[in-house]
Design a protein around this ligand. Structure first.
Ligand SMILES: Cc1cc2nc3c(=O)[nH]c(=O)nc-3n(C[C@H](O)[C@H](O)[C@H](O)COP(=O)(O)O)c2cc1C
Ligand code: SF4
Length: 518
């Protein structure tokens, strides 16, 4: 019998050499005269250990990493003889960083073969769909509502309420749209799931379709994710072949099918109405609301738009129970959040845990501080529109309301860490510049305000009438916050104002603080 070895095909693992390790494994096995079966999985999300291989043993999977092709012969020997090796990490599930997590949405990621419907089924796959097929649409929506699930795309809107609105809309056709544009800086959870557990996305969307009465769905994926696009396309075809997509799903009276659409690379195309424009074949320009997409969305029909993580959480809720999900978390933030640790951080990766963990625990303890070893000075939470938090706010729990109370947002769960060499006026400028570049141009506060913002911050950094120009930036931020049509212009003030509020000493002639520190 051949020995099973698991190695990620995840883009993050490939970027650090996983494909070369795969080739080396095959070569080493044939030289050693052993038969191996290399299963290309998703990543477990411990990115500093990639490429990480796991070998199936009677005790469970044993992990080794990070590997180079040169390490492979000795690692294979250690697997065969159960011998020691400096890169041996022990039983994967026992690695403390993984063991500390509560993996509900990511339970299968890095475990299953993402191309195999059978493997998905063997790991509790389609259990949520099976249960949904036994329920009325109202009962499905009642479960989703009771779970307390809030949209993971950024706004945190209750998913059950959104579905109910679409279910109650009367129309001949309705649509399900999965937002996998994942434009936020420091985020990769959607990608990981598409590459590591794509059937969970399909299952979640199918349950949504049954709940609201939709027969067609789209997954909108950013063009920068070619591996995810390939994985999702392969999964859709496999699901179709297995009768999980198409006519009469699982022998039921429901029909549902999916198409993948690839974006052309604009941050604003993650905004739901601009994404609809893009799917319909137009330029990604934000639509005014109302009407809400739930009433008049794709092709003018009622549409459920959810982030990929929101859909991927649905199967657990249906199979494991709304109550089991809602038991995790704090306040109105129920369940778990897929937190993505990125930037200048020692242990970067995907950490799924119940809401309530503090920012300090995430950055200092779980993340291990900075990669450079210098002190952490700032973290940006929630993507390019999220606020910068100083150490003084590290007691903030990961919770929608707690972050909002401190003028921040948790967004899609991305945390980007900066050490003490960061120039926060430069970061504020970057926020304005990002908005200027990515603005869809529909409304004036965003289109013009962001450009004026860049110019004014440049003046501040040049030491030109600093106090007056800071007042201009504050005034601009106020106009953008309250006058913009969507959150791109409306939230750009968050990083800018937080930088001003918490790191005021950086706003002056550019190198002042850094020179003082040297
Ligand atoms: C500029 C901008 C970019 C956005 N980008 C994304 C994105 O990449 N992915 C996403 O799911 N939501 C994104 N959103 C939020 C979506 O508009 C929408 O709220 C979300 O897809 C709804 O799904 P949810 O309720 O499951 O969060 C963005 C919003 C704005 C204003
Ligand atoms: S805020 Fe910016 S991105 Fe949003 S509609 Fe206005 S111009 Fe477009």
């Amino acid at each position: 019998m051949s020995m099973r070895i698991f190695l990620p095909r995840d883009a993050g693992a490939i970027a650090v050499g996983a494909d070369d390790v795969a080739v080396a494994l095959e070569r080493a096995a044939s030289q050693r005269g052993v038969a191996i079966d290399v299963v290309r999985t998703g990543s477990r999300g411990l990115y500093w250990l990639e490429p990480m291989v796991e070998a199936a043993t009677p005790q469970g999977r044993v992990a080794f990493g990070p590997l180079t092709p040169a390490d492979v012969p000795a690692v294979l020997e250690a697997v065969i003889t159960d011998g020691p090796h400096p890169l041996r990490l022990g039983i994967t599930e026992e690695i403390p960083w993984l063991k500390r997590q509560t993996r509900l949405t990511f339970a299968r990621c890095g475990v299953v073969d993402p191309r195999s419907v059978e493997d998905y089924r063997a790991h509790q796959g389609f259990k949520g769909l099976e249960r949904a097929l036994e329920l009325t649409p109202e009962a499905i929506i009642a479960d989703v509502t009771a779970s307390g699930l809030r949209g993971r795309g950024g706004a945190g809107f209750p998913t059950g309420i959104k579905w109910k609105t679409v279910a109650q809309a009367s129309a001949d056709r309705k649509y399900i749209v999965c937002n996998a544009d994942e434009g936020d800086s420091g985020t990769f959870a959607d990608r990981m799931l598409m590459e590591g557990d794509p059937f969970v996305v399909i299952e979640g969307m199918t349950i949504a379709a049954i709940a609201v009465g939709a027969a067609k769905g789209y997954i909108y994926i950013r063009s920068e994710y070619p591996h995810a696009v390939a994985a999702m396309n392969a999964a859709v075809q496999a699901a179709r072949r297995a009768g999980y997509l198409g006519e009469r799903i699982g022998g039921s009276r429901h029909s549902f099918d999916l198409e993948i659409r690839v974006g052309a690379g604009a941050y604003v195309c993650g905004e739901e109405t601009s994404m609809l424009e893009s799917i319909e074949g137009r330029r990604g320009i934000v639509r005014a609301k109302p009407p809400l997409p739930a009433h008049k969305g794709l092709f003018g029909q009622p549409t459920v738009i959810n982030n990929l993580l929101s859909f991927a959480t649905i199967p657990f809720i249906l199979a494991g129970g709304a109550k089991a999900y809602a038991e995790f978390g704090m306040g109105r933030s129920r369940g778990t959040m897929a937190i993505q640790l990125a930037g200048n951080i020692r242990y970067g990766g995907l950490f799924e845990t119940a809401f309530g963990v503090t920012l300090g625990e995430l950055v200092d303890d779980i993340g291990g501080g900075t990669f450079t070893g210098r002190p952490v000075r700032a973290v940006q939470v929630g993507g390019p529109l999220g606020a910068y938090f100083p150490r003084a706010l590290f007691d903030t729990p990961f919770d929608y309301e707690a972050f909002a109370a401190r003028d921040g947002l948790i967004g899609h769960g991305g945390i980007v860490v900066f050490d003490d060499s960061v120039d926060m006026a430069r970061q504020a400028r970057f926020a304005m510049e990002f908005c200027a570049i990515e603005s869809c141009g529909k409304c004036t506060p965003c289109r013009i305000g962001s450009t004026r913002g860049v110019e004014t911050i440049d003046r501040i950094r040049a030491g030109d009438r600093v106090a007056e120009n800071i007042a201009v930036v504050e005034d601009l931020c106020h106009t953008m916050k309250f006058g913009s049509l969507c959150a791109l212009g409306g939230f750009t003030p968050y990083p800018v104002m937080s930088a001003l509020r918490h790191f005021r000493e950086d706003f002056g002639p550019a190198p002042t603080r850094l020179q003082a520190a040297e």
